[in-house]
Design a protein around this ligand. Sequence first.
Ligand code: FAD
Length: 319
Amino acid sequence: MIIGIIEHDRGKLNSQSLEMLTLAREVAASEGVAVTAVLIGQNAASLADSLATYGVNRAIVVTHDQLDDYAPEAWAEAVVQVAAAESPKAIMATGTERGNEVMAHVAARLDLPMAANVTRVATGDLYEVTRVRWGGSLLEEARLPGELKLLTVAPLTLPVSEAPVPDMTVTTFAAELSNKAFRVRVTGRELPESDKVSLAEARLVVGGGRGVGSAEGFTVLEELADLLGGAVGGSRVVTNLGWRPHADQVGQTGTRIAPDLYIACGISGAIQHWVGCKGAKKILAINTDPEAPMMTKADYAVIGDLHEVLPALIAELKG
Ligand code: FAD
């Protein structure tokens, strides 16, 4: 069997799990085995039935009284215990922060190699895999050894496709987890303001970088975003400086955005930022430096001080 770990947050499915199942099915077909989904925590049990649509032959719900929220080591330990009981050929997870984190723990526990962010697998004694590196700016061909193959699937690179299974079965597995496995766990949550458009889904994003100058400097970006019904984002510099929360960060270690228009203000356009915004249909850069990478890559560029350009733009929009 091929095991696919279904990522969820307190019972809410992360749809990238379905992309992972697309590749899991291909690998299973090539190996001549079936796909088994592992759902960690009783609150994920309600997701099990829907997985039959995506080629899952069996779902295993891992139960434990402390598994009501994410805990990376506990998830990994549970996966290791399921693997010991089921002897799969491969274990696959989403190439998200959580998926990669859990699989890194699984690999360490089993002393096996793991390939992260895979988009293609050719099976054999060694798996030959293609994986996404550097935030999507290069593809790497790699060989993955090991009796049991461990890999995560690059997000947003494979389609979600249906392959209904008429007779999927659901079983439970009681994990034995010590308190040590819960050393890292969710202890609290800070929810974003719900009336704002989310960065990942916004059709328009106004992004600010070091050039904005201060947290207060973002007021004008907020005003422009509100006028256009968009969201505000920022570079890592502005989140590091505490001008914006990390949830607003665009880039390799932040959110990937794909709006119709990205207005990048005072952002140099370093590669780690670029990989997060290159999905925008159009980019308008505002920067005092005409040589800044963001200016040379943008569809439209305004050379100037954002503190002058943005108020002028807002005044024009207000008519
Ligand atoms: P700077 O590079 O300092 O650029 C500021 C720009 O503002 C300059 O181009 C300047 O000409 C312009 N400017 C200054 N004043 C004005 C003004 N008044 N009006 C108009 N323009 C003005 N970065 C991210 O953004 N996202 C990530 O996810 C991310 N992940 C990273 C991961 C790793 C492992 C590493 C090593 C780095 C990462 N970085 C990330 C950091 C990245 O390398 C850059 O340092 C960062 O993006 C630069 O931010 P910036 O453009 O705001 O600042």
